[in-house]
Design a protein around this ligand. Structure first.
Ligand code: ATP
Length: 144
Protein backbone atom coordinates (compact mmCIF):
# COMPACT_ATOMS: atom_id res chain seq x y z
CA UNK A 1 0.00 0.00 0.00
CA UNK A 2 2.79 2.37 0.92
CA UNK A 3 5.56 0.65 -0.97
CA UNK A 4 8.50 -0.39 1.13
CA UNK A 5 8.46 2.60 3.48
CA UNK A 6 5.63 4.99 4.23
CA UNK A 7 3.32 4.92 7.18
CA UNK A 8 3.87 1.45 8.55
CA UNK A 9 5.52 -0.35 11.41
CA UNK A 10 6.29 -3.84 12.70
CA UNK A 11 5.40 -4.57 16.31
CA UNK A 12 6.92 -7.71 17.79
CA UNK A 13 5.32 -8.97 21.00
CA UNK A 14 1.66 -8.43 21.85
CA UNK A 15 1.84 -8.27 25.64
CA UNK A 16 0.25 -5.31 27.45
CA UNK A 17 2.86 -2.88 26.12
CA UNK A 18 3.07 -4.12 22.51
CA UNK A 19 -0.67 -4.71 22.31
CA UNK A 20 -1.68 -1.20 23.30
CA UNK A 21 1.08 0.28 21.17
CA UNK A 22 -0.11 -1.67 18.12
CA UNK A 23 -3.76 -0.67 18.68
CA UNK A 24 -2.87 3.00 19.11
CA UNK A 25 -0.77 3.02 15.93
CA UNK A 26 -3.59 1.33 14.02
CA UNK A 27 -6.01 3.94 15.38
CA UNK A 28 -3.72 6.62 14.00
CA UNK A 29 -3.81 4.95 10.61
CA UNK A 30 -0.41 3.33 10.70
CA UNK A 31 -0.31 0.07 8.81
CA UNK A 32 0.78 -2.36 11.53
CA UNK A 33 2.34 -5.78 11.09
CA UNK A 34 2.02 -7.42 14.51
CA UNK A 35 3.93 -10.58 15.37
CA UNK A 36 3.72 -12.84 18.40
CA UNK A 37 4.65 -16.47 18.97
CA UNK A 38 1.43 -17.04 20.90
CA UNK A 39 -1.57 -17.96 18.70
CA UNK A 40 -3.88 -17.01 21.55
CA UNK A 41 -2.60 -13.42 21.63
CA UNK A 42 -2.59 -13.09 17.86
CA UNK A 43 -6.24 -14.23 17.84
CA UNK A 44 -7.06 -11.63 20.44
CA UNK A 45 -5.80 -8.82 18.18
CA UNK A 46 -6.75 -10.28 14.80
CA UNK A 47 -9.98 -8.32 14.60
CA UNK A 48 -8.45 -4.91 15.28
CA UNK A 49 -5.15 -5.32 13.48
CA UNK A 50 -5.20 -6.11 9.78
CA UNK A 51 -1.94 -8.00 9.90
CA UNK A 52 -1.42 -10.05 13.04
CA UNK A 53 0.62 -13.20 12.55
CA UNK A 54 2.08 -16.02 14.60
CA UNK A 55 5.85 -16.32 14.21
CA UNK A 56 9.03 -16.71 16.23
CA UNK A 57 10.78 -13.38 15.87
CA UNK A 58 14.21 -14.89 16.60
CA UNK A 59 13.86 -16.82 13.32
CA UNK A 60 15.45 -14.61 10.69
CA UNK A 61 13.99 -16.56 7.75
CA UNK A 62 10.49 -16.40 9.19
CA UNK A 63 10.77 -12.60 9.50
CA UNK A 64 12.09 -12.31 5.95
CA UNK A 65 9.15 -14.31 4.64
CA UNK A 66 6.87 -11.79 6.32
CA UNK A 67 8.75 -8.94 4.65
CA UNK A 68 9.97 -7.49 7.94
CA UNK A 69 13.33 -6.57 6.39
CA UNK A 70 11.55 -4.05 4.15
CA UNK A 71 10.12 -2.00 7.00
CA UNK A 72 11.67 1.26 8.14
CA UNK A 73 10.19 1.15 11.66
CA UNK A 74 10.11 -1.71 14.13
CA UNK A 75 9.38 -2.10 17.83
CA UNK A 76 10.59 -5.04 19.89
CA UNK A 77 8.00 -5.24 22.66
CA UNK A 78 9.33 -8.39 24.28
CA UNK A 79 10.39 -7.92 27.89
CA UNK A 80 10.60 -10.94 30.14
CA UNK A 81 12.27 -13.25 27.62
CA UNK A 82 15.67 -11.58 27.58
CA UNK A 83 17.15 -13.94 25.01
CA UNK A 84 14.27 -13.43 22.57
CA UNK A 85 14.42 -9.66 23.09
CA UNK A 86 18.16 -9.51 22.32
CA UNK A 87 18.09 -11.95 19.40
CA UNK A 88 15.09 -10.26 17.79
CA UNK A 89 16.69 -6.82 18.09
CA UNK A 90 19.91 -8.05 16.52
CA UNK A 91 18.07 -9.70 13.62
CA UNK A 92 16.28 -6.39 12.92
CA UNK A 93 19.63 -4.56 13.11
CA UNK A 94 21.15 -7.06 10.65
CA UNK A 95 18.28 -6.28 8.27
CA UNK A 96 19.38 -2.64 8.42
CA UNK A 97 16.03 -1.32 9.63
CA UNK A 98 16.74 2.37 10.30
CA UNK A 99 14.38 2.95 13.25
CA UNK A 100 14.43 0.17 15.83
CA UNK A 101 12.69 0.76 19.14
CA UNK A 102 13.01 -1.79 21.92
CA UNK A 103 11.53 -2.25 25.36
CA UNK A 104 13.85 -3.03 28.26
CA UNK A 105 13.07 -4.16 31.78
CA UNK A 106 16.29 -2.84 33.36
CA UNK A 107 19.15 -0.44 32.62
CA UNK A 108 21.44 -3.41 31.94
CA UNK A 109 18.93 -4.83 29.49
CA UNK A 110 18.70 -1.40 27.82
CA UNK A 111 22.49 -1.26 27.43
CA UNK A 112 22.59 -4.64 25.71
CA UNK A 113 19.77 -3.67 23.35
CA UNK A 114 21.68 -0.53 22.36
CA UNK A 115 24.82 -2.60 21.81
CA UNK A 116 23.05 -5.01 19.47
CA UNK A 117 21.55 -2.20 17.41
CA UNK A 118 18.41 -0.67 18.97
CA UNK A 119 18.20 3.04 18.09
CA UNK A 120 15.77 3.87 20.88
CA UNK A 121 15.19 1.99 24.12
CA UNK A 122 12.22 2.54 26.40
CA UNK A 123 11.99 1.45 30.02
CA UNK A 124 8.22 1.66 30.57
CA UNK A 125 8.23 1.45 34.38
CA UNK A 126 11.19 3.80 34.91
CA UNK A 127 9.99 6.30 32.31
CA UNK A 128 6.41 6.34 33.57
CA UNK A 129 7.57 6.71 37.18
CA UNK A 130 9.49 9.86 36.22
CA UNK A 131 6.51 11.27 34.36
CA UNK A 132 4.07 10.55 37.14
CA UNK A 133 6.39 12.40 39.54
CA UNK A 134 5.78 15.55 37.50
CA UNK A 135 2.05 14.94 37.46
CA UNK A 136 1.95 14.32 41.22
CA UNK A 137 3.64 17.67 41.82
CA UNK A 138 1.22 19.37 39.44
CA UNK A 139 3.94 20.37 37.01
CA UNK A 140 1.88 19.71 33.93
CA UNK A 141 4.05 22.01 31.81
CA UNK A 142 7.17 19.94 32.53
CA UNK A 143 5.25 16.89 31.44
CA UNK A 144 3.94 18.33 28.18
P1 ATP B 1 3.93 -6.82 29.01
O1 ATP B 1 4.47 -6.25 30.29
O2 ATP B 1 3.97 -5.87 27.87
O3 ATP B 1 2.62 -7.50 29.13
P2 ATP B 1 6.18 -8.57 29.19
O4 ATP B 1 7.18 -7.57 29.53
O5 ATP B 1 5.77 -9.58 30.22
O6 ATP B 1 4.87 -7.95 28.55
P3 ATP B 1 6.75 -10.71 27.53
O7 ATP B 1 5.61 -11.47 28.07
O8 ATP B 1 8.11 -11.19 27.77
O9 ATP B 1 6.69 -9.22 27.91
O10 ATP B 1 6.64 -10.59 25.97
C1 ATP B 1 5.61 -9.94 25.34
C2 ATP B 1 5.13 -10.82 24.21
O11 ATP B 1 6.22 -11.20 23.40
C3 ATP B 1 4.46 -12.09 24.68
O12 ATP B 1 3.13 -12.06 24.22
C4 ATP B 1 5.25 -13.20 24.03
O13 ATP B 1 4.40 -14.22 23.51
C5 ATP B 1 5.97 -12.49 22.90
N1 ATP B 1 7.20 -13.17 22.55
C6 ATP B 1 8.17 -13.60 23.38
N2 ATP B 1 9.13 -14.23 22.69
C7 ATP B 1 8.79 -14.16 21.38
C8 ATP B 1 9.38 -14.62 20.16
N3 ATP B 1 10.54 -15.25 20.14
N4 ATP B 1 8.71 -14.39 19.00
C9 ATP B 1 7.54 -13.75 19.00
N5 ATP B 1 6.93 -13.29 20.10
C10 ATP B 1 7.54 -13.49 21.28
Amino acid sequence: RNGSSGNRAVIIGLGRFGGSLALELARQRTDVLAIDSSPKLVDKYAEDLTHAVVADSTDEDALKQLGVHQFRRAVVAIGADLEASILTTSVLADFGIPNIWAKALSRQHARILERVGAHHVVLPEHDMGERVAHLVMGRMLDYI
